[in-house]
Design a protein around this ligand. Structure first.
Ligand SMILES: Nc1ncnc2c1ncn2[C@@H]1O[C@H](COP(=O)(O)OP(=O)(O)OP(=O)(O)O)[C@@H](O)[C@H]1O
Ligand SMILES: [Mg+2]
Length: 290
């Protein structure tokens, strides 16, 4: 969660409770709430919203990312799979500015060099990130969480802070519907199921209209029904946003995927439809065969 959202949430919570109670399950962990700092579109004339080339990152000599190259088209829903330790989360850390690569190229569209930006700036450019654990304000209602996400959007003028205008209210209503929480708008977020909290956090990201959404193991811990509804949700988001989804759940991947990229040892091992990569001997050996 970004510092400004934490601050705004803390202010809100401090009016109603002791600060300790406001902590989410994952405390102060960071999440990228996307905002667009500068008006204007990301340049996707070359057909890519995200472009990584020959990216490297070592930790104490261990090559976590080792010559990683991949690109994503605007509106694409790209699935990333790969064994534990393949470098999937580290790749997201690099895209969002949490981790710096030792070398390589990371571009958002064809003009924005992400390596020249820090984590909050990257969020403001329109890259939203969802970590595995839900990070919603449990002591606020569903509505208040969504409202809060909007109010930390730097595009929203301070004069609008006290009240949502009608376009914002419409947007909030639309997102509530998209995330299947229209019937739970006044519920305390802490009382939601795990899956509903995950949807709420995705809704909070959507309030800021990200161009690219990075989702790390979004269905881990969900029931089968929640997983099916999340698949539906992602298919709705595809086209309007670009999505990069890291998941181990293969039946979920099968439902949502077009192109699947297999990461292994910090680089792309294979890419294609799920059937294609599952038939690839190298993939079977390093990943699916385990
Ligand atoms: N900050 C760090 N310091 C040291 N090692 C790290 C750091 N971040 C990642 N690593 C190492 O880099 C490798 C890749 O980790 P990463 O978390 O990216 O894998 P992953 O593909 O997301 O795995 P999983 O499917 O288990 O989530 C691992 O061996 C991990 O221990
Ligand atoms: Mg990971």
């Amino acid at each position: 969660m970004t510092p400004d959202l934490m601050e705004e949430g803390a202010r809100r919570l401090s009016r109603t409770m002791a600060p300790e109670q406001g902590k989410t399950e994952s405390g102060g962990r960071e999440a990228g709430f996307s905002r667009i700092a500068v008006p204007g579109e990301v340049d996707v004339t070359h057909g890519r919203i995200l472009y990584l080339e020959d990216v490297h990152r070592s930790f104490d000599g261990f090559k976590a990312i080792n010559g990683l190259s991949l690109d994503i088209a605007p509106g694409e829903l790209r699935c990333i799979i790969g064994p534990n330790g393949a470098g999937k989360t580290t790749m997201m850390d690099i895209i969002t500015g949490k981790t710096r690569p030792d070398k390589g190229t990371v571009f958002f569209g064809s003009t924005i060099d992400l390596l020249r930006h820090n984590e909050p700036e990257i969020a403001q450019l329109g890259i939203g990130r969802k970590f595995q654990k839900p990070t919603v304000f449990e002591q606020l209602t569903v509505f208040e969480n969504l409202e809060l996400a909007l109010k930390t959007d730097k595009r929203v003028k301070p004069s609008m802070l006290h009240r949502l205008d009608s376009a914002q209210s419409d947007r909030l209503a639309e997102i509530l519907h998209t995330i299947h929480l229209a019937d739970s708008v006044r519920r305390m977020s802490g009382n939601l199921s795990h899956g509903q909290k995950q949807w709420l956090e995705i809704g909070m990201l959507l309030m800021q209209d990200p161009k690219l959404l990075l989702l790390d193991e979004p269905v881990a811990g969900m029931t089968d029904e929640e997983t099916a509804r999340t698949a539906e949700l992602f298919l709705t988001l595809k086209g309007k946003h670009s999505l990069m989804v890291v998941e181990h759940d293969m039946s979920f991947i099968r439902t949502i995927s077009e192109i699947v990229t297999v990461l292994c040892d910090g680089a792309v091992l294979a890419q294609g439809t799920l059937d294609e990569v599952q038939a690839d001997e190298r993939v079977i050996e390093v990943y699916l065969g385990r």
